[in-house]
Structure formats: structure tokens, C-alpha cells
Design a protein around this ligand. Structure first.
Ligand SMILES: [Zn+2]
Ligand SMILES: [Zn+2]
Length: 239
């Protein structure tokens, strides 16, 4: 089985990415992906795109040969009430929305606070993916998180960048194994994302797939293998 989509990628527009959209598209095609997701950071990220950037996606063509492009946002969870840095009017313009916690935008709280923030963010009807809940800087109850994701029909992201030994996030490997454990236990689907900030890593899930093999995590619970699963992630109709 081949991975068909990478829904977590950034370009220079995110302020700390190093490739253009064109470079990411070319890289995705070279990797054999069928769908590329552009998920720029929300405007609260230092150096992130202005909110106007998100309202101009309409000018971007969506088909490049056999590669389809989806344009979304990795919104910042900004408080323990699950508040995002993108308002509803702009969320409604997105093909899909990932919500994530970043130290630049939300101070890590207690286990209860971080868990509450993530669960309330998942209750936002536009949020269909919870980004990288795998960072020990944000102590969190991963069992509660996975149960809530199941209830809200939100996918848990397994983030390949968290497995990079140079990652800013801490404890990625053990935390990702725990996420896989609970997702398997409660049959909650996961979405693999590279979180690429440069074209060379677009579609490269090497470290994640090693863990998938090691744990014998069921492929049926990994959304990336079937384009029909896009309907679970996207806020727009997907044929
Ligand atoms: Zn980033
Ligand atoms: Zn992120």
C-alpha cells in the first residue's frame, strides 16, 4: 500500500518555511502523492501569514497533473478554552483545518488545561485534525484526547517531524507510540503528516512507518492510504 496524501506542509508563507508552493507541489509529485495539503500556520504564529492570505486561496489552481491540492490552515490553539487564531468566517473558507498547540502562541499549562484546550478545539466544527499532540512540553492526557477525538470524529495526527532527533518538540517517539496505542484500543483513525517546512521532506514518512511496522498498527486506521478518507478531513465536498 502506498501513502497517497500528505496534509501537513508549510511554505515560506509560514515565516519559518524554506520552500515555495511550486517546490512543494513538484516534490509531492516526485514522491508519487495524489493529494498535497497546504496547511500554513495561523496568523498568531510569529512571522505567520496575515489573515488575508487565507482568504485568497481561491486564486490557487487545485489540479497539477494527477496531483490534487487542498488549501487549509494549521490554526493555533491560543487558550485553554480551545480558542483558535482564525475566526469562523475564515475557517469556513478552508478546505480543511488542523488545530495545534505551539509554544509561541499558547503557554503550556497543566495536564488538565492542555487536555481541555485540545478537546474544546476539537469541538470546533471546522477542526477535523488535531496536530501533533505528542510534545512533552504540553503534558496531556492522551487517552482522554483519543476518546474525545473518536467522539468528535477528529483524526489524531501522527507527525513525522516530531520523530526528527533535532525536533523542537520533546518526547515525540514515546508519545507517538502512546497515541498509536490508544488509537488502536479505541479504533480512532490517525492522519500521518510530515509537517514539512522544506520541499525535501514532503511525503517522506520514513520514521513514522518504522513505528507503524514495529507496533503492527492496523493500516485500516491510517487515513493516508485511501483518498476516500478525505471526506473525514475536509470541510468541502470531496468526490
Ligand atoms: Zn512551523
Ligand atoms: Zn504545528
Amino acid at each position: 500500500m502506498n501513502i497517497l496524501m500528505d496534509m501537513h506542509t508549510h511554505t515560506t508563507a509560514s515565516g519559518h518555511g524554506y520552500s515555495t508552493l511550486k517546490e512543494n507541489i513538484e516534490a509531492a509529485k516526485e514522491r508519487g502523492l495524489k493529494v498535497l495539503g497546504l496547511s500554513e500556520h495561523g496568523p498568531a504564529m510569529p512571522g505567520g501569514p496575515h489573515i488575508y492570505f487565507l482568504s485568497n486561496y481561491r486564486c490557487i489552481p487545485r489540479q497539477y497533473g494527477d496531483l490534487k491540492l487542498f488549501c487549509g490552515v494549521e490554526a493555533n490553539i491560543c487558550d485553554y478554552e480551545g480558542g483558535l487564531d482564525v475566526d469562523e468566517n475564515h475557517l469556513a473558507l478552508m478546505d480543511y483545518v488542523i488545530a495545534s498547540m505551539h509554544v509561541q502562541c499558547c503557554k503550556p499549562g497543566s495536564v488538565a488545561e492542555n487536555t481541555k484546550a485540545s478537546i474544546l478545539a476539537m469541538k470546533n466544527p471546522y477542526v477535523k485534525v488535531l496536530g501533533h499532540p505528542d510534545d512533552s512540553r504540553y503534558p496531556i492526557d492522551r487517552k482522554e484526547l483519543v476518546l474525545a477525538a473518536g467522539e468528535e470524529q477528529v483524526a489524531i495526527e501522527i507527525n513525522n517531524s516530531s520523530l526528527n532527533p533535532k525536533a523542537a518538540r520533546i518526547g515525540g517517539r514515546e508519545n507517538i507510540k502512546e497515541l498509536f496505542f490508544w488509537c488502536n484500543e479505541y479504533k480512532v483513525p490517525v492522519l500521518l503528516g510530515t509537517d514539512s517546512h522544506i520541499c525535501y521532506t514532503v511525503g517522506d514518512f520514513t520514521e513514522t512507518l518504522e513505528i507503524v511496522e514495529e507496533l503492527k498498527f492496523p493500516k485500516e486506521l491510517i487515513l493516508n492510504y485511501d483518498l476516500a478518507n478525505l471526506k473525514w478531513i475536509c470541510n468541502i465536498p470531496v468526490e
